[in-house]
Design a protein around this ligand. Structure first.
Ligand SMILES: [Zn+2]
Length: 123
């Protein structure tokens, strides 16, 4: 990764303390205390889009991605069991229940990752 002098803008090599061009002290952005603190405050940045897409393909996968592994596995288990029973017995009601659960999980994993990013919930 190339670094640039914060005062003159000239490209400088990694690890040096002073800019060879203008002589000013080099401020390392990667190690600045403000940035290090920001990383510590919000360590979980979840992508709501990814969570929703995962849930779309595998029910509960978005929850697992969000760190709600128990909830995710529960949704996946229920959707699979409901679907199997619905297909075997031709039970439309169970198939509807599985579909609702699946759609809800897509929506929920999306909003959950937004809440995680805002710090509203911790997982
Ligand atoms: Zn410089």
């Amino acid at each position: 990764m190339a670094k640039y002098c914060s005062s003159c803008g000239k490209e400088i090599s990694e690890g040096i303390k002073f800019c060879p061009s203008c002589g000013k002290a080099v401020i390392s952005e990667a190690l600045s205390p403000v940035q290090a603190q920001t990383v510590q405050i919000s360590p979980q940045i979840k992508n709501p889009g990814i969570a929703a897409i995962l849930s779309f393909f595998i029910a509960g996968a978005g929850h697992i991605y969000n760190g709600q592994i128990g909830t995710g596995l529960f949704i996946l288990f229920c959707v699979i069991i409901f679907s199997i029973i619905a297909i075997i017995y031709g039970n439309t009601l169970l198939l509807i229940a599985a579909t609702i659960m699946w759609i809800t999980s897509i929506y929920e994993s999306y909003t959950t990752s937004q809440k995680i990013n805002r710090g509203e919930i911790k997982v």
